[in-house]
Design a protein around this ligand. Structure first.
Ligand code: NDP
Ligand SMILES: O=C1OC[C@@H](O)[C@H](O)[C@H]1O
Length: 351
């Protein structure tokens, strides 16, 4: 297929923070084997000046329309899909507003603050018959797809029975302003929704061959500082004895950022889980040389999820098979239960 024959999508970007800068950089990168063509059609920001600065810094050579409000972007007829890159607490309203303007939606993780909000958003999307997906980009990495094939189809390390994953991001919560999305519970602050969701995702992807069909028992504890979970530890216990340990922390200066998968005849270690996508994992079978699998990755790798979205929309689908709405609801349900046991609360939980 030539590039001209690929699905094409015109994106409106809401929020001009860190993730939006990474996302647009990846969508506009020159790469081989692209699955779709992406245009950054518009930027929606709290001010035109901020939007212009974002475009000149991250979209040189491109000419997106810049809006000083999100509402104008939702109403732009040239925007086909809205990418939501705002703090967790705004995802629900941003998504509802985009949906009601008839736009498809790709919304950053964590999808909403809790399961109740997620269900509300998905119900609205169904009503408007638009595509919607949580931007859990990890699930779209070729590395993850290969890992799952080796574990669950080829059974390379036998039956997987234990998985550990740790993801940390050093943050000195005490010294951050109360307006920081890492500190303000009303913005959905805390390690769990920010990075613990990755640990949980890696553990689930490694332990479950049939995603969405299992309900592990959850045991969780959280360290709460300034009303925010600075560390969360979760044990997932499956009825047949499989165990997963998912941890996240803002408190460690040297977090491990790894996933270790243990099977009956060997193990796999994925390293470098922090901000960029891991580019390799190593399989160790008993009495054999370790075998390393390496993966190419121009940029950061946000185009894999974006390509999948464009392909789905071109095919007339309203959700994605790798990250369907039910899976987001299951994850939000687990996050709610972890916070219920651990003690981290958002004011919006009480609404
Ligand atoms: N997939 C990934 O690898 C990553 C995902 N994320 C996710 O992306 C989302 C945003 O995170 P990140 O980009 O780090 O956040 P930032 O704080 O860097 O940016 C958020 C943007 O949202 C807009 N915004 C609207 N209201 C507020 C408010 N009250 N306070 C702060 N910002 C506001 C602002 O844009 P403006 O003023 O232009 O409207 C701001 O620049 C989160 O859901 C996070 O979990 C984050 C990093 C990496
Ligand atoms: O998803 C994320 O990954 C990278 C971190 O910098 C960020 O806080 C988090 O939201």
């Amino acid at each position: 297929m030539t590039n001209n024959e690929l699905p094409a999508l015109r994106w409106g970007i809401v929020g001009t923070g860190l993730i939006s800068s990474w996302f647009v950089a990846d969508l506009t990168i020159d790469r081989a084997n692209r699955g779709a063509n992406h245009t950054i059609q518009a930027i929606g920001s709290s001010s035109v000046q901020k939007g212009q600065e974002f475009a000149s810094q991250h979209l040189s050579g491109h000419t997106p329309t810049i809006y000083g409000s999100y509402a104008e972007l939702y109403n732009d007829p040239n925007v086909e899909i809205v990418y939501i890159g705002t703090p967790h607490a705004f995802h629900k309203q941003n998504a509802l507003d985009a949906i009601r303007a008839g736009k498809h939606v790709l919304c950053e993780k964590s999808f909403t603050l809790n399961e109740r909000e997620a269900k509300e958003v998905f119900a609205e999307a169904r009503g408007y018959n638009v595509f919607i997906m949580e931007a859990m980009w990890t699930r779209f990495f070729p590395l993850v797809q290969k890992l799952r094939q080796l574990i669950h189809v080829d059974k390379t390390i036998g039956d997987v029975h234990r998985v550990w994953c740790d993801f940390g991001l050093p943050k000195d919560i005490a010294s951050l302003p109360i307006t920081s999305r890492y500190k303000d519970p009303a913005l959905g602050a805390g390690s769990l929704l920010d990075i613990g969701i990755y640990s949980l995702t890696w553990v689930i992807l490694a332990l479950e061959s049939n995603l969405r069909t299992e309900t592990p028992q959850v045991l969780a504890t959280q360290k709460i500082v300034h009303h925010v979970d600075v560390a969360t530890s979760v044990l997932l216990n499956y009825p047949d004895g499989r165990q997963g340990v998912a941890t996240s922390t803002f408190a460690s200066k040297t977090p491990a950022n790894f996933c270790r998968i243990e099977g009956t005849i060997g193990s796999i270690v994925v390293e470098g889980l922090a901000a960029s996508v891991p580019t390799s994992f190593t399989i160790q079978l008993r009495n054999e040389e370790p075998q390393k699998y390496e993966f190419e990755r121009p940029g950061r790798g946000f185009y894999w999820e974006a390509d999948a979205v464009a392909i789905d929309i071109a095919a007339g689908k309203t959700e994605n098979d790798i990250m369907p709405c039910d899976e987001t609801i299951r994850i939000m349900h687990l996050l709610d239960e972890i916070r219920r046991q651990g003690g981290a609360q958002f004011p919006q939980d009480l609404e």
